[in-house]
Design a protein around this ligand. Sequence first.
Ligand SMILES: Nc1ncnc2c1ncn2[C@@H]1O[C@H](COP(=O)(O)OP(=O)(O)OP(=O)(O)O)[C@@H](O)[C@H]1O
Ligand SMILES: [Mg+2]
Length: 230
Amino acid sequence: MSESKTSQGTKNKANIIAVIGASGTGKSSFIKGELLRSYSRLLVWSPLEKSDKYGSFCQGVVVTGKISELVAQVKAGAKAIVYVPTGKDSEVKIQFDRFCRIVWELENATVLVEELSRVTMPSWSPPAWRNLSTAGRHQGLTIIGTSQRPANIDKDFLGNCTQLRCYGLNYDGDAKVMADALGLQITYEPGAGGKPVAIKPHRLLRDLPNFHFFHKNPDKTVRQGVNKSL
Ligand SMILES: Nc1ncnc2c1ncn2[C@@H]1O[C@H](COP(=O)(O)OP(=O)(O)OP(=O)(O)O)[C@@H](O)[C@H]1O
Ligand SMILES: [Mg+2]
């Protein structure tokens, strides 16, 4: 990296966004409807491309399982590239590592990784992904990662996020991880005879209806809301 890029890069603000929630709660709809409304360049890791259809969404080039073709498309300057991993888990992990290395070479790109729990674990993630989620700001990258099961993904990623959006979750383990990451507090509801009943923070996430969310903003405040209607 040149001197000017480095000095410019350290001034960039990190933009790392986690979008978490059980299947069908509204993650991809939010990403398409709000986060990907504008970008200078887009790379998508799309394991469920058949249903997610990012290729048609962004009018991008879809590359299936061939890293050499991904490299060729990046070099050719394609504005939007959707990479669909294929093969056994071990092959997908290698493809993810290569994908992250390629992304690292780009500047000012938006990178979306769908379903992180397929490629990272709580105590392990590919070094190239760690680089992206800890130092991506040096490249001016916007990094978006999704997961249905946050208890199963790389902990550093959640810790480094500048924004967290969390939809409803179906397991206590996942809800506890996210209640902690969002900094949710115990709330009180009127119970029998008007006596206040304490609601544990993770219950708030277990009880969220589809398309409802808690969102931690860059200034660490947390807001609640509902996806815009489609
Ligand atoms: N605000 C909304 N009102 C009504 N339907 C919605 C709304 N947001 C999303 N949907 C619909 O709900 C379905 C699931 O949404 P979406 O694909 O965003 O879920 P997801 O969290 O990405 O699920 P998965 O983890 O399985 O990918 C989609 O068919 C989508 O069109
Ligand atoms: Mg989705």
